[in-house]
Design a protein around this ligand. Structure first.
Ligand code: S3P
Length: 442
């Protein structure tokens, strides 16, 4: 295990481009593999999670060319040809998105594939995907508790379903829609509150008939017609707002900071953290707003700010589901309390994030009250003590969040294991240091 430690700095200044969006990167590879023709993907996140998706697709017969120098990935789409059974077990590392989306994708072909993962992924619930996919005709054999390792027994033709998601999850929604590509007729997914819509946007971009409509009580209804012809089109992946979040919060909580993060997705279903930080008094602006491959993007400018506590509206939670660890860091520096609710999904992320945040905050000298699905951070109106070593629990976002806190805490903050940072944000420490951070080996 390689640890890292971050120390108090005077300021962060300059421009830093964060890696490509993880959700869009996974989907570019998957949809490129399905489409008819050749897809070029630029800006792909070359993090471990996405590389697991590329390796899994290759093991199932897709032809993906890794770039040599150009940085542009080339995918030879299967078109009408099927994915096939991999020769060996498919290892998906830490990546829930790979596992869940590929279950839906592979389930629509006459193949058998066994997925495995690391200790974190092997603990994550898969019943939420298995249940609807079983209704569509996919077979599964799993480890106890519907966990990985699991074997998928695909079928050539699936049945469409009309399914209401019990939890707001873009991964479950996407798994059903991907299986729905191989179901004759209309697959309908209702989500209680809207989650990231990259699957819908990107499938539509490739020619699928997919309609989103508002349902009752803030819900959303997505209808996909099966067996579309997907025509290859090139993707330009914008920078990941969930990675930009660490730089943004770091700039807000450190003194005399002023940074620019170019070309970040500001998809409204991903922008909840920026909305919340702005309400807290964060000096954040979106500059040069434009569109790239159907995604709204902007350059994000963030400057040092005096923050105040807020209540995060529960309906905003899905649009910032990965950002609660770093929001909790910002809330620690704020004046007053920050209340967060409807957080039950945080319990089943790469770690039990709610517990990991509460524990790390306590170690750093920040008071917080955790409930089953709530968290209140009692902001200090200044810097926490720090001077602790936080367990990352195989969770990249916990690791990066507490390293960000260390940049403005009174004493350094260490994390025990930085290896999983490479799943979503390779080069995190070097990029932060290029702006003036002091993050180094411990
Ligand atoms: C993702 C959806 C979210 C998110 C994850 C990526 C996706 O997970 O936390 O990092 O790409 O669809 P859930 O669907 O479990 O909320």
């Amino acid at each position: 295990m390689t640890g890292l430690i971050s120390k108090k700095i005077s300021s962060l200044k300059g421009t830093a481009k964060v890696p490509g969006d993880k959700s869009i990167s996974h989907r570019s590879l998957m949809f490129g593999a399905l489409a008819e023709g050749i897809t070029h993907v630029s800006g792909l996140l070359e993090g471990e999670d996405v590389l697991c998706t590329a390796a899994a697709l290759t093991a199932m017969g897709a032809h993906i060319e890794t770039p040599a120098a150009t940085g542009v990935w080339r995918i030879h789409g299967l078109g009408a040809r099927p994915l096939t059974s991999p020769r060996a077990m498919v290892y998906l590392g830490n990546s829930g998105t790979s596992a869940r989306l590929l279950m839906g994708l592979a389930g629509g072909y006459p193949l058998q594939a066994t997925f495995t993962g690391d200790d974190s992924l092997s603990k994550r619930p898969m019943a939420r995907v298995i249940k609807p996919l079983t209704q569509m005709g996919v077979g599964f054999e799993t480890a106890p508790g519907d966990r990985l390792p699991l074997k998928i027994i695909g079928a050539e033709k699936l049945s469409p379903i009309d399914y209401t998601l019990p939890v707001a999850s873009a991964q479950v929604k996407s798994a059903i829609l991907l299986a729905g590509l191989h179901a004759k007729g209309k697959t309908i997914v209702t989500e209680p509150s809207p989650t990231r819509d990259h699957t819908e946007r990107m499938l539509r971009f490739l020619g699928a008939d997919i309609i989103s409509a508002r349902g009752p009580n803030g819900s959303k209804i997505i209808t996909l017609t099966g067996f579309p012809t997907l025509k290859a089109r090139d993707f330009t992946v914008p920078s990941d707002p969930s990675s930009a979040a660490f730089l943004t919060v770091a700039a807000l909580i450190t003194k005399d900071s002023d940074i620019l993060i170019p070309n970040v997705s500001i998809n409204p279903l991903r922008a909840g953290l920026c909305d919340t930080l702005k309400e807290m008094g964060g000096d954040i602006t979106f500059e040069n707003m434009r569109e790239a491959s159907g995604e709204p993007v902007a350059d994000i400018r963030a400057r040092s700010s005096a923050l105040k506590g807020v209540t995060v509206p529960p309906e905003r939670v899905p649009s910032m589901i990965d950002e609660f660890p770093v929001l909790s860091v910002a809330a620690s520096f704020a004046t007053g309390d920050t209340h967060m609710s409807d957080l039950s999904e945080l319990r089943v992320k790469e770690s039990d994030r709610l517990s990991a945040i509460a524990k790390g905050l306590a170690q750093a000298g920040v008071k917080a009250d955790m409930g089953d699905d709530t968290l209140t951070v009692h902001g200090l109106g200044g810097a926490p003590d720090g001077g602790c070593k936080v367990m990352a629990n195989l969770d990249h976002r916990i690791a990066m969040s507490f390293l960000v806190m260390g940049l403005a805490a009174k004493n350094p903050i260490a994390i025990d294991d930085a290896e999983t940072i490479g799943t979503s944000f390779p080069g995190f420490a070097d990029l932060m240091n290029s702006l003036g951070a002091e993050i180094g080996a411990n």
